[in-house]
Design a protein around this ligand. Structure first.
Ligand SMILES: [Zn+2]
Length: 168
């Protein structure tokens, strides 16, 4: 096999493997690459300086806060929810609902530039990971069992959010 056909074969394998369920879970591919480039960037040391330990664990390490621990779970005032890492606006109280899960839940992001999504293969069933579109900070996960009109449920860690009440 010459070099050219070897390379073509390797490319074919990579393409095919992307469609094999579980390929990513086996560590063949790092889907997180799609999260590597964001407008707001800091070094790990700068993030540690800026964030509390709990915020760092969720935003930068994709941790999950314990259910029913965030005061924002019960926040019912009108206002906007921003990324606690970079202050980018992510969600609006207009789209918040009580999902009963113990995490702040929204049926859509504030606007189309608020959040990005990536596949998360940590569990057996792949989930869709949700992150801040500005700094890439992990926010939570997205599910298809939310209320109308979208039927979506953005299940978000309260520690990854900061709430700004609407000024009256
Ligand atoms: Zn952010």
């Amino acid at each position: 096999m010459d070099r050219r056909s070897f390379l073509a074969g390797a490319a074919g394998f990579i393409l095919a493997a992307q469609f094999i369920p579980g390929a990513s879970a086996m560590g063949l591919f790092n889907k997180k690459d799609e999260k590597s480039d964001f407008p707001f960037k800091l070094t790990e040391a700068e993030w540690r300086e800026r964030l509390s330990e709990q915020q760092f664990n969720v935003l930068r390490k994709e941790g999950t806060e314990r259910a029913f621990t965030s005061p924002l779970n019960d926040e019912k005032r009108s206002g906007s929810f921003h990324c606690s890492g970079c202050d980018h606006m992510l969600f609006s109280s207009d789209h918040k609902f009580d999902s009963g899960t113990g995490w702040p839940s929204f049926w859509q992001p504030a606007n189309e530039k608020s959040v990005g999504e990536s596949k998360d293969y940590k569990m057996i069933v792949p989930r869709t990971e949700v992150h801040c579109a500005n700094c890439g900070g992990h926010q939570g996960h997205f599910f298809n069992d939310g209320p109308q009109p979208t039927g979506l449920r953005y299940c978000i860690n309260g520690v990854a959010l900061s709430f700004k009440p609407t000024e009256t």
